[in-house]
Design a protein. Structure first.
Lengths: 166, 430
């Protein structure tokens, strides 16, 4: 079970990395095309936006499973105490509920977008499927948050993630 | 107003009790809007806010700049910068610390993160300073303080977040950060000189480098010149938008690293995945912060606080001073990103109502944040450094930081008193 989870995680990580790489390659090519050759790539901004959404929502279940969400750890010593176990369960429950609610809202959002045929600006890509993808990602993340409550985060011993955003 | 206040307080309380910041903000904002207005609106705003943010071209600058910094740090650019700086100033008293500071600011110019700057420079510069018998206080203090330049000298991830939250032009913020960043570098170098003059045994001299070797060391920093010229030059000349600059920067960084022969597919994969993890967690907290700012407006809390501030008669610089004080105090107990995410949406309308410039205020907030990164008890840079240098006690790092914090306060005062330092460069843009 654990090793299957790792296999899935590795697979999704590769897909996510490819999306991000594609985004960089696209922007690079678009800028060179526009500034040097005078031929921008049609709808490049639009594709970038979609790729970004795919990266973020492919990554959400991974970040949730890895327990890598930004957390204020000033009172870790207190919250880590054995008698605070109930509180940690409550935290996971809250995260699960929030993610489940977002998943449900995105299903509604997607249905609505399909009904009114909402499309992206330049390429007129329908928004509905994208919102359903976000909903699926949030639902999966909700499950991941629940699983983490029982098994602890999926921490990669090789990975330090020391490059932070700040 | 009452619902808004309760929501704000519970968001902070939950975050302190280890609820991931994104989820405490999201939960509280939705509940707050639900109670203050109605649940239908709350439930409609949530997916709208999230999809607007995730489908924003401007925000796509975040992962690409993070990627650029992560890739370029794999090329050994920090070593090259340090070597070049050492060749020129290494022989003076405190020369190694001065070189470290210059290399830190150089690295900041291709990396948007203060943690990454501190962690990378610690690995590069600390062993040399140890070899020349520098005191731990000065060595670690220099690196921790120098690392804070990472968020002021563009590109800067935290500036992007500020720009998104306040709807300020990210390119303008980047340009505005250049001179305050150089001012910071200059003041830090003065601080090192003062420490070196007062305690010569803390900072022995290095060796004099001959001119041919100097030029050779200088030629090693071409990737830096190329990247910096392209990004900051391109932004300054309005050749690209920040997102385009980030894409160009990341692409160029990958090409340079490949050229150096230091980038295998395996390394690139790891770097990109790391970048994606960081970006995803950043996007998630940003969703929370954007919802919170909607709550602040809808619940009337933002207007209420504005009225409250006006009733106290605090105006102009006294008000800015009060806000800075709040940020400094918060900086002692909270992560800098969290402070910006939660409090900038609350204070920005007040600052605007007093006729202050949001670009200028952004730089002030970031300088205050830099101070927060190195002050106890939660100076994040100090802990990053501690992780890389486990043998140096935290107390000694904090002790070594005192002179740097002192000049930080001087810089803050200068920037507040003379907004032109921040805003002048922006006025010269074509």
């Amino acid at each position: 079970m654990q090793s299957l989870a790792w296999k899935i995680r590795r697979g999704v990580e590769t897909v996510m990395a490819l999306f991000l790489l594609a985004m960089v390659a696209l922007t690079f090519a678009d800028v060179i095309g526009r500034r040097i050759v005078g031929k921008p790539i049609y709808g490049a901004n639009d594709i970038t936006e979609h790729l970004m959404a795919l990266v973020v929502f492919a990554g959400l279940p991974l970040v949730t499973a890895a327990g890598a969400h930004l957390t204020i750890d000033l009172l870790d010593k207190l919250v880590g105490k054995p008698w605070m176990a109930w509180w940690r369960v409550l935290i996971s429950t809250l995260v699960t509920v929030v993610l489940a609610v977002i998943a449900w809202l995105f299903v509604k959002h997607g249905l609505n977008a399909s009904r009114i045929s909402e499309v992206s600006q330049a390429l007129r890509v329908p928004r509905g499927p994208l919102y359903f993808f976000m909903a699926a990602s949030c639902a999966l993340s909700a499950l991941a948050a629940l699983a983490v409550a029982f098994t602890g985060p999926m921490v990669d011993p090789e990975d330090t993630h020391e490059e932070e955003a700040l | 107003m009452i619902v808004g206040s309760i929501a704000m307080i519970s968001a902070i309380l939950l975050a302190f009790l280890r609820v991931p910041l994104a989820f405490s903000l999201l939960a509280v904002s939705v509940a707050g809007i639900g109670f203050a207005i109605n649940w239908n609106i709350a439930f409609q705003l949530l997916p709208l806010t999230i999809s607007d943010a995730v489908l924003s071209y401007d925000l796509a600058v975040v992962p690409m700049f993070i990627l650029m910094g992560n890739v370029i740090s794999k090329t050994g650019i920090a070593h090259d910068l340090f070597r070049a700086a050492y060749a020129f100033v290494g022989h003076v008293r405190g020369g190694l610390a001065l070189s470290t500071m210059v290399a830190c600011s150089g690295f900041s110019a291709v990396c948007g993160s203060s943690y990454a700057t501190a962690a990378t420079m610690a690995k590069v510069a600390y062993p040399s300073m140890k070899k020349y018998n520098y005191s731990d206080e000065l060595a670690a203090g220099t690196i921790a303080a120098g690392g804070t330049l990472g968020i002021l000298i563009p590109p800067s991830i935290i500036m992007v977040v500020y720009g998104i939250l306040t709807q300020t032009n990210i390119g303008d913020l980047f340009i505005a950060g250049v001179i305050p960043g150089l001012l910071g570098l200059a003041l830090y170098m003065i601080a090192i000189r003062v420490v070196a003059a007062r305690n010569p045994e803390h900072a022995p001299q290095g060796e004099l480098t001959a001119w041919p070797d100097r030029l050779k060391a200088l030629s090693g920093i071409w990737p830096f010149v190329l990247l910096f010229g392209l990004i900051i030059g391109g932004l300054y000349a309005k050749l690209f938008t920040p997102t385009e600059a980030a894409g160009m920067g990341a692409g160029l960084a990958i090409l340079i690293a490949t050229f150096h022969g230091r980038l295998t597919w395996k390394v690139l994969r790891t770097v990109i995945i790391d970048t994606a993890y960081t970006s995803v967690s950043l996007y998630t907290v940003l969703f929370g912060a954007l919802m919170l700012s909607k709550l602040l407006t809808l619940s009337g809390l933002a207007a209420g606080v504005l009225a409250l501030v006006q009733s106290t008669g605090l105006e102009g610089y006294a008000l800015i001073f009060a806000i800075m004080l709040v940020f400094l105090v918060l900086g002692c107990v909270m992560d800098s990103m969290a402070i910006i995410l939660i409090f900038v949406p609350l204070f920005a309308p007040i600052v605007v109502s007093q006729g202050f410039d949001l670009v200028w205020f952004g730089i002030i907030v970031i300088v205050v944040t830099e101070i927060a990164l190195v002050t106890p008890p939660v100076g994040m840079n100090v802990f990053v450094l501690k992780a890389v240098l486990p043998d140096v006690p935290v107390v000694r790092i904090f002790k070594g930081l005192v002179p740097f914090i002192a000049v930080d306060v001087v810089r803050l005062a200068l920037l507040v008193a003379f907004p032109a330092i921040t805003l002048w460069l922006g006025t010269t843009v074509g």
